[in-house]
Design a binder for this molecule. Structure first.
Ligand code: NAP
Length: 247
């Protein structure tokens, strides 16, 4: 098993990409921590799916934007598994508006979850990630962080912010043999894509050379690779999984 005895904390794992990542890591032998904020039933479904496939998983409620919540989640994980070897910062939200209509509240909410959450979770796991044999930090960014996107000034800013964060943490963890990388998906078929009007989806599709939106499994396979020892000599990278969209 590629990830036997590795404890992997996946934030925002109750749905979408995070769910697929949690299940993929569980299928490869990891002890998976399924974090969620509000979708409790969905999170327990993910745990059950991992256990039904003979994996090991626990559910951990925490709003990643709230440092107290995140510290409590970490303490519970440390009690259960002794620490975290792989952190996947996946939880993310959008509050889309043209910049002219975007309030400071809209801006702050997205910053708090998409960047504040990354700070909080990385902070509490940082010593473990450095001290683990080949610790792994994997941040889920977006092609929107590379290209910008109409109506997403707040979201795009958080997703580009992850590039500098990942690169810096990669430098700070390198001497310990641990790595930090970023995955930048294109447009993926999840709840996040649902509010996009059909007309806009057609325009997006025209910009995707492979002419389809990503499946969640297109992303989770790359995360499995980055979590494993097979990626030992890769760090500070941004891996685009976007059907060939240029940026
Ligand atoms: P999704 O289907 O909307 O799922 C979001 C997940 O994040 C849910 O499990 C949700 O849990 C969790 N979450 C949200 N706020 C949270 C918080 N404050 N604390 C803890 N968990 C929280 O989204 P997705 O499409 O899978 O996106 C996952 C990641 O991929 C995001 O970072 C997103 O930016 C990125 N991404 C998505 C796409 C895309 O096209 N879908 C493309 C590029 C990048 P609850 O429901 O329990 O709150």
């Amino acid at each position: 098993m590629l990830l036997e005895d590795r404890t992997c904390l996946v934030t925002g794992a109750s749905k979408g990409i995070g769910r697929a990542i949690a299940e993929e890591l569980g299928d490869n032998g990891a002890n998976v921590v399924v974090n969620y904020r509000s979708s409790e039933d969905a999170a327990y479904e993910v745990r059950d799916a991992i256990e039904d496939a003979s994996g090991t998983a626990v559910v951990a409620q925490a709003d990643v934007a709230d440092l107290d919540d995140v510290e409590q989640m970490y303490d519970a994980v440390a009690d259960e598994f002794g620490g975290v070897d792989v952190l996947v910062n996946n939880a993310g939200i959008t509050v889309d508006k043209k910049f002219v209509d975007m309030t400071r509240e809209d801006w702050d909410r997205v910053m708090d979850v998409n960047l504040g959450g990354v700070y909080n979770c990385t902070k509490v796991c940082f010593d473990d990630l450095r001290e683990a044999h080949e610790g792994r930090l994997i941040n889920i960014s977006s092609v929107v962080g590379q290209q910008g996107n109409y109506g997403q000034a707040n979201y795009a800013t958080t997703k580009s912010g992850l590039f500098g964060f990942t690169r810096t943490i990669a430098l700070e963890m390198a001497r310990y043999g641990s790595t930090a990388n970023c995955v930048a998906p294109g447009f993926v078929k999840t709840a996040m894509l649902e509010p996009v009007p059909d007309r806009v989806k057609e325009q997006i599709l025209e910009r995707i050379p492979l002419n389809r939106f990503a499946e969640v499994e297109d992303i989770s396979g790359m995360v499995r690779f980055l979590a494993s020892e097979e990626s030992s000599y890769m760090t500070g990278q941004v891996l685009g999984i976007n059907g060939g969209m240029e940026w």
